[in-house]
Design a binder for this molecule. Structure first.
Ligand SMILES: C[S@@+](CC[C@H](N)C(=O)[O-])C[C@H]1O[C@@H](n2cnc3c(N)ncnc32)[C@H](O)[C@@H]1O
Length: 285
């Protein structure tokens, strides 16, 4: 499938959230373009490609066998600092993708409630939540190398010790690494909205993905999603409401933003400009 510069999954989000300028430099052909020429080209693929990790012995559901990626392979800009932190600190705070179930207590060196954040971007919110909840074992999953480097930098600079990072497609992470009933909270904040109708199939929040995620939550565990894209917000509401393993924590519809999700300066700016943000808080039955 060929995507053009106008086919960004996140144009509206990023027009309001300037810390991700590199997302505008998506180069789907993996060749330098006028937009990203001269920027540091990371040789490691910046995301898991469509064929990676799809081993024949792990074809236990249609979702993982044929799933359409919610992200695009790209060579994005990565700063020298992000690259340095990625290379030096991922071995310290990263968990390599594996096809065996994760033992969180062994990895974190303690028994504690485990929270999972999917698609943490540059990790600003991640660092704030994990710092505010030192008693939580915090797993962050992200495919974007510069974002992983940025979060590793925050971890080092702020001496945060309760985050571990998995740099891989979350669909496969859930399938292979996360034991059933092991998560107390899952957070999906501002996932790529894929605004064009023909790309909606790439949106992360869809029935098969949610069906794969819900068993990973412990009973009473919370799934918290947020988006600033209205059409996606209503899609999320429909998908989560239809999932039998979930119950809305509010009587109906969207929830007020809970304190667990900090307000970022970019979201604050958007709110001042009249842009909406929708939170969804569902509980595992
Ligand atoms: C629009 S950004 C939002 C970042 C962050 N949550 C925030 O609120 O600022 C969405 C992020 O999800 C990541 N992402 C998309 N699909 C993913 C997947 N299947 N597995 C892991 N990360 C994914 C993208 O790389 C991107 O960084």
């Amino acid at each position: 499938m060929s995507l053009t510069a106008d086919d960004r999954p996140f144009e509206d989000f990023h027009s309001r959230h300037p810390p991700f300028p590199s997302f505008f430099n998506v180069n789907h052909s993996s060749e330098p373009s006028p937009d990203n020429a001269g920027q540091t080209a990371i040789t490691q693929s910046d995301s898991t490609g469509p064929d990676q990790g799809m081993t024949s012995e792990n074809t236990d559901s249609d979702l993982t066998r044929t799933h359409i990626k919610s992200f695009v392979r790209r060579r994005g800009h990565i700063s020298d600092a992000q690259k340095r932190h990625f290379e030096a600190n991922l071995p310290l705070w990263g968990i390599p993708f594996q096809t065996n179930a994760l033992d969180a207590a062994a990895i974190f060196g303690r028994q504690a409630p485990c929270w999972l954040e999917i698609g943490f971007g540059m990790g600003e919110t991640t660092a704030r939540i994990a710092s505010a909840h030192p008693d939580v074992n915090y797993l962050g999953v992200e495919v974007f190398t510069a974002g992983v480097g940025a979060l590793l930098k925050r971890i080092e600079e702020q001496s945060i010790r309760n985050i571990r990072i998995i740099n891989h497609d979350v669909v496969e992470v859930l399938r292979d690494m996360i034991p059933d009933g092991s998560l107390q909270r899952v957070m999906i904040y501002f996932p790529d909205p894929w605004p064009k109708a023909r790309h909606h199939k790439r949106r992360l929040i869809q029935p098969p993905f949610i069906a794969s995620l819900v068993p990973k939550l412990a009973p009473g565990g919370i799934l918290h999603c947020a988006t600033d894209w209205e059409h996606y917000a209503f899609q999320m509401l429909e998908v989560l409401s239809a999932e039998k393993g979930l119950r809305n924590t509010v009587a109906e519809g969207f929830a007020p933003r809970p304190d667990t999700r900090p307000l970022t300066k970019f979201e604050n700016r958007g709110i001042k400009l009249g842009h909406g943000v929708w939170d969804l808080l569902f509980e595992r039955i």
